[in-house]
Design a protein around this ligand. Sequence first.
Ligand SMILES: [Zn+2]
Length: 327
Amino acid sequence: MNHTPKIYGNAENLRLIQNMKQHHRLPHACLFYGEKGSGRKTLAEYFAMTALCTEENAPCGECRNCRKILHKSHPDLIFPEHSGKKQGFSVETVRDVCQDALTAPNEADLKIYLFTDCDSISIPAQNTLLKLTEEPPEHVILVFTAEQKSAFLDTMLSRMIQIAVNPCTRQDCETALLAKGVSPEHAHNAVNACGGNIGLALQWLEDDTMQECTRQVIALTNAVFTRKHYQILSILHGYEKDRQKAMYFLKLVSLQFRDAMILKYQNPDDPAPVLAGCDRDSAQALSSILTASRAIQLQDAVRDACLAMESNVSTKLALAALGGRLL
Ligand SMILES: [Zn+2]
């Protein structure tokens, strides 16, 4: 039985990693970046396993190194500790890594430091790491994961191979959830709400607040359809106090509006359109009253609200403006 972790989607990245290993061209520093839940850490660990695996068909999942990585007990795959309010890395932790990197690996031919979730890595911490990233000892590989590349200084980025991690298809996501023992109905609902982001879908299944968000998206779509002004405002009002939740909510709303537009303009002879929103019925209903300009207005209104919140306009203000434009 093969114990290597199953990676869904990202076929090109897997090929790239295997090619690097086969041609003995493993990079000394690399960054896996992509949205939360897209599988950055899983792919980074897959990379580490491929790098340390002693067999021809790496990662074999069977050799001593692979097995120790699977059991999270390999002394040469090191996860530097997060610290501080923002969960970055302290300069002290980074200094320890630089010191430790000078000593030979314990068991494998390589020593890999995996810095996960680097979005809050401070500039002093990066400056401390810079020399090691520029000229690491032969036996060292530094691996980073982050949501955005922009978390890093250009001087750091220029020394790393940068690998974009993509969420997989909805189909792959559903397969992954089923393989994890999620019931078909729950898997279906989670994929509807989260698209191809497996991490997000797993979180959604556990998180009542996120599920409530999906219900509210459907309620808002219906309220826009039936022109229930008070209801629109009251739903938006519920997100005023939590910017992150509001952003997540608006992302889902935007997908719903997009679906309504697709349903409106689909040609009956064409194959069924690929929808990304969380509820087809409410999108279909909304599509029946949309004109082209109204559809674009709705999309623009949601996009503007998101942009405003990203540039630190108060969530309350952004949502109030949005409410006005959805009426
Ligand atoms: Zn192996």
